[in-house]
Design a protein around this ligand. Sequence first.
Ligand code: PLP
Length: 364
Amino acid sequence: LHKYNFSAGPAILPEAVLQTAQAEMLDYNGTGTSVMTMSHRSDAFLSILHHAELDLRQLLHIPDNYKVLFMQGGASAQFNMVVMNLANGFKRVDSVVSGNWSRIAHSQMGKLSDAEIHLAAHGGDLYNYTDVPAPETWDVDPDSAFVHYCINETVHGLQYRNIPKPDGLPPIVCDMSSEILSRPINVADFGLIYAGAQKNIGPSGATIVIIREDLLERCSDRIPDVWNYHSHIIRQGMYNTPATYPIYISGLVFRWLQANGGVEQMQAINTMKAETLYSAIDNSNGFYINNVKEHARSYMNVIFHTPEKELDKLFVQQANAHGLCTLQGYKSMGGMRASIYNAMPLQGVEALVSFMQEFQRRYG
Ligand code: PLP
């Protein structure tokens, strides 16, 4: 029985990456040590970090005036760091709420900051988000420190499939945790991008931050170094011990992406996967339900439910027995969620669709 892992994060990683990691576990590249036990200042690790950054730059075509950091603290730490660092001397930060994660970001951003965190747009009733607020409707002040939004809402299965353009907006700060590297983006449209690694990149523990150089001037010396982007940049990401092992695995994932056609090819496969799954939902005569507006349906996290909570439970149980694992929805949402990140092969989605059809024949 082949197992497919639909977890939202920590999530599936490419099998080839895990095999390499296993082969190198006790002896990385002839060093006689594991990356896990190696000094972060060793030549071997410095080379891992350097190449991880170069490969990420190549994959996302990151312009030279952007810096890249592998930080700790998860995406959640960024909710505060972006304000502490980028809102110095500004009166206002604009914040778009389109689902669970941007709602949490919004509630956290004002802590330790004098700036007003202005709700620029709100995508739905609390806990019930079925559409993303269009950028034309955002109430944003061009003089704000920045506008923050989440490009893919992992819990509510919502995605800005049309990526908001920066025209007339202050710098855009974007949470890309659950979609980074799943499709091409124009990095120059953003002031700062951040993403926890544990979905499309690697294991939990590393957080990627991509920041436009000129914004670093805003980072005040009064911010403790460990939360200060500028302090991390001037020490080449070595202000303190980075998450060495997660960075190493992320680097292997970047190379896997390069060997598999990069983000352009990922987009093609991800589109096929998502469309296969959504059409199975839409063609089920109402047995499987997804209420997200079609133009905002996430290609990474596909949520659905049946008309009955008991059936949802049974679905998750039986799917699990069929090797289709971790399909339960987020704790506050119920129902099902299939996270189909880059490392999920099309066959995994096809196996899920045949199981859905079989389950409907039996209980529909
Ligand atoms: N933002 C998004 C879009 C997420 O999906 C998550 C976690 O699932 C977070 C933020 C929080 O990430 P972390 O647990 O790394 O702080």
